[in-house]
Ligand binder design. Structure first.
Ligand SMILES: [Zn+2]
Ligand SMILES: [Zn+2]
Length: 263
């Protein structure tokens, strides 16, 4: 009798503690779900607000929603390895007589701009921004400016197809002089082999490592610099070089596409 009473007590306590732990488990689980939902809701809202107000928002590497969309599509990209000789040939045909020194360029520039031999790149262009140009000046022959603008428009069209917002291309090098070219240490070893088409005003570099969102604030170290955007850009360049509009080399060291106008 005493034994059975003890057992039933034992069972009752057991059942109660099981019920309690089940109860706490369910409560804990539900709280977690609610918390996750709230955090998601808040971050979604923040993202929407940031997008609407043009406020800078940065994404940790691999977590950028725009880059994720790009990575889900197959992009048709060619080799983009046109020989340097071809770039130089086109540059000499379509370009200006190179400036020996930076001082000479400054002196000659107004005349060349007036005669429409050169054109300045826009500071507030729709599709590109100039990087900090240390060894070059933002001028090109008009045909090359047109080419850059068309690359920008077609790049934005590709993003639009995927319902993505426009990103600026980053132009990293434009017109150089013999002097600034030497500053880059490229003509010292072998002048003909290392001659650059940048001195003719027909070539420019677009970074494939960094694309700028519309808020124009570069992402800090460790955050997405939107390098997935290189795929739609490379597809545009492939199409345009197949159309005979330009020559392209993918420069691994400088992480840019070196582009020369062809017609
Ligand atoms: Zn990104
Ligand atoms: Zn270049």
């Amino acid at each position: 009798m005493l034994l059975s009473c003890k057992y039933s007590n034992f069972y009752r306590t057991m059942r109660r503690s099981i019920l309690f732990s089940l109860y706490f488990f369910v409560i804990g689980f539900c709280t977690c779900l609610v918390m996750i939902a709230l955090v998601r809701f808040w971050s979604d809202n923040e993202r929407k607000e940031a997008k609407q107000s043009g406020k800078a928002s940065f994404y940790k590497l691999g977590q950028c929603p725009d880059c994720k969309v790009i990575s889900t599509r197959h992009w048709k990209v060619g080799r983009l390895k046109d020989k340097l000789d071809l770039h130089l040939e086109s540059a000499k045909r379509m370009g200006i007589t190179p400036f020996a020194t930076n001082a000479e360029m400054e002196e000659e520039l107004p005349k060349l701009l007036r005669r429409r031999k050169l054109k300045a790149l826009e500071e507030n262009a729709d599709s590109y921004r100039l990087k900090n140009l240390t060894h070059s000046q933002p001028y090109l022959v008009p045909e090359a400016v047109e080419l850059l603008e068309e690359i920008g428009v077609r790049f934005h069209d590709k993003l639009k197809e995927l319902n993505l917002p426009p990103y600026y291309l980053m132009v990293s090098s434009v017109l150089r002089t013999d002097e600034s070219q030497q500053g880059l240490g490229k003509r010292n070893i072998n002048a003909t082999q290392n001659e650059s088409s940048h001195i003719y005003g027909t070539s420019f570099d677009i970074s494939y490592k960094e694309f700028l969102p519309k808020h124009e604030k570069p992402a800090p170290e460790g955050f997405c610099r939107h390098d997935m955007m290189r795929h739609p850009l490379a597809e545009v360049l492939t199409e345009m070089s197949e159309e005979g509009r330009c020559l392209v080399i993918r420069e691994v060291k400088q992480a840019c596409f070196h582009i020369t106008v062809l017609e």
